[in-house]
Ligand binder design. Structure first.
Ligand code: FAD
Length: 266
């Protein structure tokens, strides 16, 4: 199918992006890598009246370490994230995203804004306690990843706000484990364990509407890994679909949790 007709604008500054979104009055959509937006437009599941292409906005493509945090600009491509060494957990997560072509175009800001419950970067954002910077007509605001994801493909951001970057704490210990049926597919389940500022956080993707914190398991850190991993599974309430039953997903989550905890050395 072809996309419905739309107006196309290509601003060169964040202020111009925001002005275009306000002028579109809720009918505008930001275009970053286009790897999620274009397919949903082609299927006519989205029919934005105005496409605001942010690829010419400068200053949004850097990965920079600042103390114990790494700042990732909204336009950093998954491929760049996979190749950088400032944040090894982000690099590992980015290597699991789709195929090379998708990693070459897809962006960190786009993945966070798209809020696919099975996507890798939102799980890392929740596990590390990352903060997203959202620019809007009323100024910038900073949203904790725990408060950002509202449901499948939904965030708490307004339609006229733009993610300009995210600040991701660098964990002292971490583990990443994901299971996909085929190489390049979205993972059925992803578990990320991150020790940040002395606290171990566990986040699970693919088993709920948003990336979930496994808080009972976090509270049991120090007990045997098998017990903590089992608690991750016990906390979940997965639903089945054509990719796997609810019980299969729960079992995969327990095993992914065991692997992520073990690789974190926790
Ligand atoms: P776009 O497609 O340009 O935009 C997506 C949405 O985010 C749109 O609603 C857009 O308006 C909004 N948006 C984009 N940037 C911003 C911003 N800065 N501020 C506010 N809103 C913004 N992802 C995974 O995580 N794991 C996978 O395994 C995976 N596999 C894939 C396989 C295929 C075949 C395809 C096509 C995609 C896959 N993806 C996967 C998705 C991919 O990671 C996308 O790159 C990502 O979801 C969206 O990033 P994007 O830059 O392409 O955003």
């Amino acid at each position: 199918m072809k996309c419905a007709p739309f107006e196309y604008v290509r601003p060169t500054s964040v202020d111009e992006v925001l002005a275009a979104l306000v002028a579109a009055d809720g009918e505008g959509k930001i275009l970053a890598g286009g790897q999620s937006l274009v397919p949903v437009m082609a299927l006519r599941m989205a029919r934005p009246a105005v496409i605001v292409d942010i690829n010419r906005v400068e200053g949004l493509a850097a990965v920079e370490r600042d103390g114990d945090t790494v700042h990732v600009g909204a336009l950093v491509r998954h491929r760049t994230l996979a190749e950088q060494s400032a944040h090894p957990l982000l690099a590992e997560a980015a290597r699991h995203i789709g195929h090379a072509a998708i990693r070459t175009r897809g962006t960190a800001g786009g993945s966070i804004a798209h809020a696919d419950p099975a996507a890798e970067l939102p799980v890392v954002a929740v596990a590390t306690g990352a903060t997203v910077t959202a620019a809007g007509a009323r100024g910038d605001r900073w949203v904790a990843a725990d408060d950002l994801f509202a449901g499948p493909l939904m965030t708490t951001l307004d339609a006229d706000e733009m993610i300009t970057g995210l600040d991701v704490p660098v964990p002292t210990r971490w583990g990443f484990a994901g299971f996909a049926r085929r190489h390049g597919d979205f993972a059925l389940v992803t578990v990320v364990v991150a020790e940040v500022r002395g606290q171990v956080r566990i986040a699970v993707g693919g088993v709920g509407a948003v990336p979930l914190r496994a808080r009972a398991a976090e509270a049991a850190i120090g007990e045997p890994v098998e017990r903590v991993a089992q608690l991750v599974g016990d906390e979940l309430n997965p639903t089945g679909d054509l990719h796997g039953s609810a019980e299969f997903r729960r079992g995969v989550a327990v095993e992914m949790a065991r692997r992520a905890l073990a690789s974190a050395g926790i």
